[in-house]
Design a protein around this ligand. Structure first.
Ligand code: M6R
Length: 368
């Protein structure tokens, strides 16, 4: 049942190329237009949206953070991302032109369920992004995009996360198509880039041994930091969450630009810092990330850098360099998170922990 793997989590990590491909399947009509069958929101309802609020918990919340970058970039609709457990308690401003997007792998998370009930009571439309057919959250929503990860057994979410990202990109592109903020050829180009992702993820998985060696060299580590910027920031947070959940290590993710505002004081000799390096682009992101990496390295950190193929600029500053396929910055989370999942899984295994049933955690959290 685990296909020869020791853990469901590891099996599910290796299923990701397939899960991503399945979640993309059948989304393009013969005319080339994007279609989302189960959407159930009319074009008029979509054109009416003037604000999007994404609500989710845990790993699904980090998918929501990535979604904000994509939706705002492609649709120009303002997006807020909020923890579902906090949402109703701040008296959020909601009306019929607010679209609330609830992201939940299980479809049963109580915090998220209560949040969508509140949103609907305020006349907002709710769209669920969910991996579990017929579960409560999609049943109580106005619209749904199902991810096609297949059942996720490991308590630590992996393929659930990647397929949520895919659903968020599809939603962003679909809304852009209906609102006319992006044109057909651009949407097609992003769709082709998405369709190339399963192969890119497989390439990252083929390099698992390098990450496993790294993980086994860190069994004595007490604390790990993760740095990212832009869409790489939620990836850093997710890398840290994986390590907390299954390896029971102190781990924290930061936006690299925030380092100098406090967290850099944590850096001491030998502290491992995993850095998600953005692709080189026209903006300053890549250079700014490198200066953050220089800062921590100058203070004795061991820098473990995830950087795209061909990025030679990073080489002098990386104690360990893990290569990622060359992809656009918005899509980079789909490849960048994979080594972090492998790292956590292998380190937890080496420490002798039960990776699939970590202490104190349940697969779906049905109490608030
Ligand atoms: O089923 P959901 O996506 O609503 O679950 C949300 C969180 O409980 C979940 O992502 C949790 O953080 C996982 N254990 C992460 O690995």
């Amino acid at each position: 049942e685990k296909d020869g793997h020791d853990w469901f989590m590891r099996k599910e990590i290796f299923e990701q190329p397939r899960a991503v491909a399945d979640s993309l399947l059948g989304r393009r009509s013969t005319s080339g237009l994007l279609q989302l069958d189960e959407m159930r929101l009319s074009d008029d309802e979509i054109r009416d949206i003037d604000k999007i609020i994404i609500i989710a918990a845990g790993t699904s919340f980090y998918a929501g953070m990535v979604a904000k970058y994509a939706i705002e970039h492609w649709t120009r609709i303002p997006v807020e991302v909020e923890l579902s457990s906090e949402f109703r308690y701040r008296d959020p401003i909601l009306d019929h032109s607010t679209l609330v997007v609830a992201i939940s792998q299980s479809g049963e998370t109580a915090d998220t369920l209560q949040a969508i009930r509140h949103a609907r009571s305020q006349r907002s439309k709710v769209l669920a992004i969910c991996n579990t057919n017929g579960s409560t959250i999609p049943r109580e929503s106005d619209a749904v995009i199902y991810t096609h990860a297949g059942p996720e057994i490991g308590v630590a979410s992996t393929k659930g996360f990647l397929t949520q990202l895919v659903a968020c990109y599809l939603l962003a592109l679909y809304v852009a198509q209906v609102k006319g903020t992006r044109f057909g050829d651009e949407i097609e180009e992003v769709m082709s880039q998405l369709e190339a992702m399963p192969d890119h993820i497989a390439t990252v998985l083929a390099g698992a041994e390098q990450v496993y060696d790294l993980a086994r060299a860190h069994t004595g580590t007490r604390s790990v930091l993760f740095l990212g910027r832009h869409a790489g920031y939620p990836v850093a947070l997710e890398g840290a969450l994986k390590l907390k959940e299954i390896a029971y290590l102190h781990a924290e993710g930061f936006a690299a630009g925030e380092l100098k505002h406090g967290p850099i004081a944590l850096v001491e000799q030998g502290l491992p810092v995993l850095c998600v390096v953005p692709p080189r682009g026209r903006d300053q992101l890549h250079e700014k990330m490198i200066s953050g990496i220089q800062e921590v390295r100058a203070r004795g950190a061991q820098t473990i850098c995830l950087a795209e193929e061909g990025d030679t600029r990073i080489e002098p500053y990386a104690d360990v360099l893990i290569r990622l396929p060359k992809v656009p910055v918005l899509l980079q989370p789909l490849v960048a998170v994979v080594p972090l999942q492998l790292f956590a899984c292998e380190l937890a295994t080496a420490l002798g922990h039960d990776v699939d049933q970590p202490r104190n955690l349940a697969k779906s959290v049905t109490v608030e």
